[in-house]
Design a protein around this ligand. Structure first.
Ligand code: FRU
Length: 496
């Protein structure tokens, strides 16, 4: 039975989506149908189709009581909206249906697990949000909340675990047909821990172990965990809140963290061996993965940062887009990411140049646009006047530009959206240390309307950034303060 709250949301989104012109949206990144979008949720393959749900407040371009928006795709790039899947309409989720995940049940139904949020006034008069884990079962379009909700609440927490910060369940099916899920939680020391629960059937859940504790090393609360095996290692992705900076690796505020290590399936504990940021840009958070039918592990994140949401002016009819889905692999203890190979089918109008000398600012015929795929290799030539700084500038006109600059002698790559038209005092720049030295730098840059995703040295590092510069600023130029030499290939990216 569809509730009144969900019916209203479905009616509203259908009536209002025409307010947003198609050309004002990204082309192959999923953006909110109307209003506000944050985290990816329920990323799964159901009946041969990719389903991607998202944190959704249809009624304004600001966060509000969370619904789940819903879209489907066959190629991860061309998304079709379905009616909103969940609304905050029950006594246990009245104040929001927060993030969660999806799996296919043995009987073929689609199971969603999400966090139900309920505001409660304590004896001290303060309002707190109590969080529990809840289920909904459906057919790929309509979902019925489970009568046994919530299935996990404070009774299922280990000692000292917070019932206020207990959210974002990510389920998977184990080889023996049972289910597991990881949930973010805050322990007695105030920092994050990841709890692991198991279930024989997807409905009856039991606490099993603390998979890993943060112990105040990386931020405080760990949001949106994901846990999977990849290339012989186990990978835990989390989004820590309140990070402190560490060198070029981690930055203040909301961040992303990838831990690579081993998983003891007897005790259900994880031992980390390496840590790194997932994304080194400004706008990437709450990553979630799916295993594709062909075995690829594909990740998508919210291409925004809670601390920098002010980049978009409040009058805009939509706010929030997903990152490009990325194929993951682990090599030498590092996470590698590549744009999904499906993107190659969208490439049109190839333009290529080899051994182009760059000195000062240059433009190249046929290289411009805001929906493009650029492959670029920049080389340092010691015998000439070697450059100290190389820059790729895009979303450029006489007034605006976003730049990616590289200093080979420090091996530092910087993204800078200061001149993108933003009128807010938020973070506009971020630097990262490129591993393996600076003699040759290989970049793949994907632009789609209001974003740039930069894959460095075959995906060893990625930087994602949004810039809401008017689409008429579609110039691309290259700059070197000495002598640089580059190869470049450009494709336009078009959905049709
Ligand atoms: C992360 C997050 C989640 C929560 C959701 C609420 O961005 O804070 O922890 O479930 O957003 O919209």
């Amino acid at each position: 039975m569809t509730s009144q709250t969900l019916r209203e949301a479905r009616k509203y989104e259908e009536a209002s989506e025409s307010m947003i012109r198609r050309e004002d949206r990204p082309v192959f990144h999923l953006s909110t149908r109307v209003g506000w979008m944050n985290d990816p949720n329920g990323f799964s393959v159901y009946n041969g189709t990719y389903h991607l749900f998202y944190q959704y407040h249809p009624y304004s371009s600001h966060t509000g009581p969370m619904h789940w928006g819903h879209a489907v795709s066959r190629d991860l790039l061309r998304w079709e909206y379905l009616p909103a899947a969940l609304a905050p309409d029950s006594f246990y989720d009245r104040d929001g249906c927060f993030s969660g995940s999806g799996v296919t049940l043995a009987d073929g139904r689609h199971l969603l697990m999400y966090t139900g949020v309920l505001r409660e006034r304590g004896a001290d008069g303060a309002v707190r949000e109590v969080q529990t884990q809840c289920l909904a079962v459906g057919d790929g379009t309509d979902y019925e909340k489970y009568e046994g909700n919530p299935v996990l609440d404070e009774k299922d927490l280990p000692e000292g675990g917070s019932r206020i910060d207990f959210r974002d369940p990510k389920m998977w099916r184990r080889e023996d047909g049972s289910y597991s899920c990881v949930v973010g939680n805050r322990s007695a020391d105030g920092s994050g821990q990841i709890l692991l629960y198991t279930s024989p059937d997807g409905f009856r859940w039991k606490f099993r172990s603390v998979l890993i504790s943060n112990r105040n090393r990386f931020g405080t609360m760990w949001e949106c965990p994901d846990f999977f095996e990849l290339d012989g290692k186990w990978v835990l992705l989390v989004s820590p809140q309140d990070m402190l900076p560490e060198g070029f690796e981690y930055h203040n505020g909301n961040g992303t963290l990838c831990l690579i290590g081993s998983y003891d399936q007897e005790t259900d504990t994880f031992k980390e061996e390496q840590d790194q940021s997932i994304d080194y840009g400004i706008d990437f958070y709450a990553a979630q993965t799916v295993e594709a039918p062909d075995g690829r592990r594909i990740m998508v994140g919210w291409m925004q940062n809670w601390d920098a949401c002010g980049i978009r002016t409040p009058e805009e009819p939509w706010f929030g887009q997903m990152s490009l889905p990325r194929e993951l692999s682990v090599r030498d203890g590092r996470l590698y990411q590549k744009p999904v190979r499906e993107l190659e089918a969208m490439r049109k109008n190839r333009v290529a140049y080899e051994n182009v000398p760059v000195s000062g600012e240059i433009r190249l015929d046929g290289i411009q646009g805001r929906r493009v795929d650029l492959e670029l290799t920049v080389r340092l030539q010691e015998e000439e006047r070697p450059y100290q700084k190389f820059a790729l500038r895009f979303a450029q006109d006489a007034r605006y530009r976003t730049s990616l600059s590289f200093r080979p002698h420090e091996s530092v790559l910087k993204i800078d959206r200061k001149f993108s038209g933003s009128r807010r005092a938020i973070v506009h720049q971020r630097r990262c240390l490129v591993r393996g030295g600076g003699r040759e730098l290989k970049l793949r840059v994907i632009l789609d309307s209001f974003s740039a995703e930069i894959f460095v040295n075959d995906g060893e590092q990625v930087l994602s950034v949004t810039m809401y510069t008017d689409l008429s600023a579609d110039g691309i130029s290259f700059f070197a303060d000495g002598q640089a030499v580059m190869d470049i290939t450009k494709y336009d990216l078009a959905a049709e």
